[in-house]
Design a protein around this ligand. Structure first.
Ligand code: FAD
Length: 404
């Protein structure tokens, strides 16, 4: 049974590699609409943006890997899926039959919905082409405004501040990283960015971007404040690429709806990575759509196991990291707003963790420059954690004892 994967990003690549690792012999084709070899995105807002590594460093594997493992790489955009005939249509380039089809179409940037968003000097960061465009524009841009204080926005802010640019971050929510971490970690990151010399404007919506001669020159907030800008980076989240799946009649629920085995209602079609909306064991079996390397890679492995006769429900513990200046944030588990926060260690030392509890049960850990807590959290959350909030907050209590 031939496998066709739409999207040759992190999830699609991992699926193909894991299939071959498990001894799958049938044809595998990755169809991707970005040029070049499959690559990793995290360095785009970190080492690659800083200029510490080149584009070749981003490739998930060299070209020889794909040839040696008989993984077909087709460049192009799939524009239609016929689930009855089991074939996909490539833009301007014929059709491709499949035995099993996998949507690994990822997500795209949410566009800033205000007048002026189309001006020159306004950038987004999702792919290598975006990173190259903004890198080329940065040397001429003294004043940088970042819209959105999520991970991409803050990672970008940290790098360009370090490069010497004047940086203002505008965020509509009252705190930074508000969708991802609790109040204690948000507060810490806000203070750190301010200490780096970045101006944070929180609780402020963007009303419009002001242009002169087709180029952005300022960002105007809903309150009427004008912030001068030579370059604007927009990081206000992503939208999953679900349109193709929806047009083929598949259910969409924030992402492409799949079951706990990452299978759609069509047993010849799976969805993985940023685009998949699945019931998570770590979210009381409520559907989630996660945007992380771990999620994309483990989804790929899970579907590869099913297609090679070892099916299992997807239960991997979700984890994520973000690097901002010398701060390494690592998160494990899934917290929700309102979950209790127990701080372990002293934030003033820039080494601490926040343990998140729901009804007394550990659900997530946010660790700052404390990788041991994170690694232990991954093991704890893979089972039924017995850690209490009192133990979490007591530095004298050895967490390792819980694994004994
Ligand atoms: P993608 O990697 O987006 O791949 C999907 C591919 O499908 C894309 O190439 C897309 O163009 C293609 N495609 C879509 N539709 C079609 C079509 N119709 N035909 C053909 N091809 C199509 N995660 C972390 O865990 N830690 C980090 O520090 C981190 N940093 C990040 C920094 C940046 C700048 C970005 C953008 C992301 C970061 N992430 C990070 C998130 C992580 O990279 C993503 O979660 C991961 O790439 C998702 O993999 P994916 O395969 O689902 O989607």
């Amino acid at each position: 049974m031939s496998v066709v994967v739409i999207g040759s990003g992190q999830a699609g690549f991992q699926l193909a590699a894991s299939l071959r690792e498990a001894g799958y012999e049938e044809p595998i084709t990755l169809v991707g609409d970005e040029p070049g070899l499959p690559y990793q995105r995290p360095p785009l807002s970190k080492a690659y943006l800083k200029g510490e590594v080149g584009a070749d460093h981003l490739e998930l594997r060299p070209a020889a890997f794909f040839a040696d493992h008989r993984i077909g790489l087709a460049h192009g955009r799939i524009v239609a899926v016929d689930r009855v005939a089991r074939r996909v249509t490539l833009e301007g380039d014929g059709t491709l039959p499949y035995g099993h089809l996998v949507f690994a179409t990822g997500a795209r940037n949410r566009v800033l919905p205000v007048p002026g968003a189309e001006l020159d000097g306004v950038f987004y960061l999702r792919g290598l082409a975006d990173a190259d465009a903004v890198k080329a524009a940065l040397p001429a841009a003294g004043r940088v405004v970042v819209v959105g204080a999520g991970f991409i926005g803050l990672e970008f802010a940290a790098v360009v501040r370090k490069l010497g640019h004047e940086v203002t971050v505008i965020e509509a929510a009252p705190r930074v990283l508000g969708r991802a971490v609790g109040a204690a970690m948000s507060e810490f990151f806000a203070a750190e960015h301010r200490a780096m010399g970045t101006t944070l404007t929180l609780g402020a919506g963007v009303a419009r971007l002001v242009g002169e001669g087709g180029r952005v020159v300022a960002v105007e907030t809903a309150e009427g404040e004008r912030i001068a800008a030579d370059l604007v980076m927009v990081g206000i989240g992503v939208v999953p690429n679900v349109e193709l799946a929806a047009a083929s009649g598949l259910e969409v629920d924030n992402g492409i709806a799949v079951d706990a085995h990452l299978l759609t209602e069509d047993d010849a079609v799976s969805a993985i990575g940023d685009v998949a909306s699945y019931p998570s064991h770590h979210a009381d079996n409520v559907r989630v759509r996660l945007e992380s390397v771990q999620n994309a890679a483990d989804h790929g492995r899970c579907v590869a196991a099913r297609l090679t006769g070892k099916p299992h429900a997807y239960e991997a513990v979700p984890w994520f990291w973000s690097d901002q200046a010398d701060l390494k944030l690592q998160m494990v588990g899934l917290a929700r707003p309102g979950d209790e926060e127990v701080v372990r260690g002293d934030p003033a030392t820039r080494r601490f963790s926040v343990f998140r509890f729901r009804e007394g049960r550990l659900v997530a850990i946010e660790s700052l420059n404390r990788p041991a807590d994170h690694m232990l959290g991954r093991r704890l959350l893979a089972g039924i954690p017995t850690l209490t909030p009192e133990q979490a907050g007591d530095e004298g209590f050895e967490l390792k004892r819980l694994l004994a």
